[in-house]
Every structure is written in structure tokens, then in C-alpha cells.
Design a binder for this molecule. Structure first.
Ligand SMILES: NC(=O)c1ccc[n+]([C@@H]2O[C@H](COP(=O)([O-])OP(=O)(O)OC[C@H]3O[C@@H](n4cnc5c(N)ncnc54)[C@H](O)[C@@H]3O)[C@@H](O)[C@H]2O)c1
Length: 305
């Protein structure tokens, strides 16, 4: 308890799913919370007041929270979200960019509005909410802040039928690496979560495969398993950890590899001939395949009791 005492946390998309669990978890650790949620459908259409319900839940448990129901996909929404934290609590320390939607289609069927809507909520949404916070950190010289962004295996590994979502989620990983560099001098860490949880976003995908989602599945695979890791990253204990991607799902927490050079050949002089590349690139590819095997082996979870 009280790992976040005195901190002000803003959580986007916190009306349900993973965001709601993060808001409840951070409030239980003493943070004052701004619960943002537009309250719409999974495809981004519609609105609702679900953020107010989470605020009530936090207050009933003895915590402090206010709601914000504007879309974070617009610069004005990101600005007013930041302002809500300042007006309600006088400061801001933690930003969790969690809000999200889906418009899954193969590229053959993906219309411009499906592309734009998903990029706007995920990738632009990260910009809209992070920029006012970053400016505030710099202008007030505020130290020890935390930004926790939400990517996905869809963008980091690739997933059929999600070119818009995968592009946004890969972009978020790149965004996080850059912002981590830009805010390092203020002691602000910027990390990325790749979650796996049964929520309204993923349950229909399971059901479409003919798999039933029972209560026991929700116990072992629900969004409550993601929140403690996000809360820990927001705490003092995580001050040395930045620009990392953690994959969190069903009681497992893993650290992801980041892009890095693995093996190289260098030409002494001149430019590569096609015959030389016939030799070098297959060797590079072989080195990559061998490294992949070693990485898969190393990633097997170690059981903690
Ligand atoms: N559930 C998973 O397995 C999984 C996997 C990979 C990534 N993610 C990511 O985790 C995050 C949370 O997903 P979830 O599974 O809890 O989904 P969810 O649909 O349960 O919750 C997302 C919330 O974001 C809100 N939201 C959407 N657009 C918004 C906007 N413009 N402004 C404000 N709020 C908005 C929604 O109203 C909703 O309450 C998302 O970024 C998602 O892409 C989830």
C-alpha cells in the first residue's frame, strides 16, 4: 500500500478493461486519479459516462478521483485531460496511455476511415496526451514522472487483419523510445506495455474462433493481471527502468528484445556485387534464425511462488 502516495495519475480509457484495473490499482496505492474514457464502442463509435462509475468506485474505496470524458484522439482532448489533473489536484506525475479501439480488416477491405480512426486513437492519442505532460515536466522542472504506453504483439510481432492497429502499436513503441530519451534528464521514465488480457476487445476474437470464455478464464486471463505491473512501473522502485517493453499476460511478465544489430559484414572497398550478397545475406539470415531459437529458449517463464 501507499507506493504512489502523493502522486497524481492520469489513465486514458480507464472506464473498463485494462485501464479500469490500472486506475483502481493506482488508487489503492494512494494515487489521486483522473479517469478518462469516451465510453464508446470497441470500433470507436458512440460515447458514454462509464468514467464516472470508476470514479465512484475509487471514492467508495476511500480514494480520490475525477473523470474526464473527452476523446484523447484530439489535441484539444489531450490538453483538457492534462488541465483536469491540474485543476483537480494541482499537479501531475503519471500518464498511462491505455485507451484503444479496433477496426480489424485485411488491407484489401480497409477503408481510409478504418485506417484514420485507429491511428488517431492509438498513435496520435499518445501524442495528444503526452505532449502537454512533457511540456509541463520541462516548464516546471518536475522530476520522477512516469509515462506508460500501450503497444501490442500485433505491432511488435505482426497479426493478420490488423494493418492499421499493428502500424499504430509499432509506432507507439518507437514513440516511447524517443520520448524516453527526451525526458531522461528530468528523471522521467517512459516504458511500454504489450498486454494480453480477456476484455471486450479480445473476448469476441476468442468467441469467433469457437472458444467459450468462462468465469475461470477471466480469473486467470483477465485485465486485473496487467495492472500491478503498470503500478510498479509508476512507482519509485522503477526509477532506473526506461525505454523498455514489458509483455504482461495471465500472470506472466516478460521483457521484450528491442531492435539491435545482430551480425554484420563490411566491404573493404567499392559497392556490394550481387554475387557477394548471394553469400552474405543468407549468412545474416542464418545468424538471425539461430538467435531466434536461443531467444525462444531464454523466454520460457521461470515459476515464482
Ligand atoms: N486486451 C488485450 O489482450 C490487449 C492486447 C494488446 C493490446 N491491448 C491494448 O490495451 C489497451 C486497453 O485495451 P482493453 O483490452 O482494456 O480494451 P477495452 O475496449 O476494454 O478498453 C479500452 C477503453 O478505451 C476507451 N477509449 C477508446 N477510444 C477512446 C478515446 N478516443 N478517448 C478516450 N477513451 C477511449 C474505450 O471507451 C474503452 O473503455 C488498448 O490500447 C489495447 O489496444 C489490449
Amino acid at each position: 500500500m501507499n507506493r504512489l502516495l502523493g502522486k497524481v495519475a492520469v489513465v486514458t480509457g480507464a472506464g473498463r478493461g485494462i485501464g479500469r484495473e490500472i486506475a483502481l490499482s493506482m488508487a489503492a496505492e494512494g494515487a489521486r486519479i483522473v479517469v478518462n474514457d469516451l465510453g464508446g464502442n470497441t470500433d470507436g463509435t458512440g460515447t458514454g459516462k462509464i468514467a464516472d462509475e470508476v470514479v465512484e468506485e475509487i471514492r467508495n474505496a476511500g480514494g480520490e478521483a475525477v473523470s474526464h470524458t473527452q476523446s484523447i484522439a484530439e489535441v484539444s482532448g489531450g490538453r483538457s485531460l492534462f488541465q483536469t489533473a491540474i485543476d483537480a489536484f494541482g499537479s501531475m506525475d503519471i500518464l498511462v496511455n491505455n485507451a484503444g479501439i479496433l477496426r480489424d480488416k485485411t488491407l484489401f477491405k480497409m477503408e481510409e476511415e478504418d485506417w484514420d480512426a485507429v491511428i488517431a486513437v492509438h498513435l496520435k492519442g499518445h501524442y495528444c496526451c503526452t505532449r502537454p505532460f512533457a511540456q509541463y515536466i520541462r516548464e516546471t522542472n518536475r522530476t520522477n514522472c512516469r509515462i506508460i504506453n500501450f503497444s501490442s504483439v500485433s505491432g511488435l510481432f505482426g497479426n493478420f487483419g490488423q494493418a492499421n492497429y499493428g502500424a499504430a502499436k509499432a509506432g507507439i513503441a518507437g514513440f516511447s523510445r524517443v520520448v524516453a530519451l527526451e525526458l531522461a534528464k528530468y528523471g522521467c521514465t517512459v516504458n511500454t506495455i504489450s498486454p494480453g488480457a480477456l476484455t471486450r476487445m479480445t473476448i469476441p476474437l476468442r468467441e469467433a474462433r469457437g472458444e467459450e470464455v468462462a468465469n475461470e478464464d477471466l480469473q486467470v486471463g483477465g485485465p486485473q493481471h496487467i495492472a500491478p505491473v503498470v503500478t510498479w512501473l509508476a512507482s519509485e522502485a522503477a526509477s532506473a527502468i526506461s525505454a523498455q517493453i514489458l509483455h504482461v499476460a495471465r500472470g506472466t511478465v516478460s521483457i521484450m528484445q528491442q531492435p539491435a544489430l545482430l551480425k554484420s559484414y563490411k566491404k573493404g572497398s567499392g559497392i556490394w556485387s550481387q554475387d557477394e550478397l548471394d553469400t552474405c545475406i543468407p549468412r545474416l539470415y542464418e545468424a538471425k534464425q539461430n538467435a531466434d531459437v536461443a531467444v525462444r529458449e531464454g523466454a520460457k517463464p521461470v515459476l515464482i511462488d
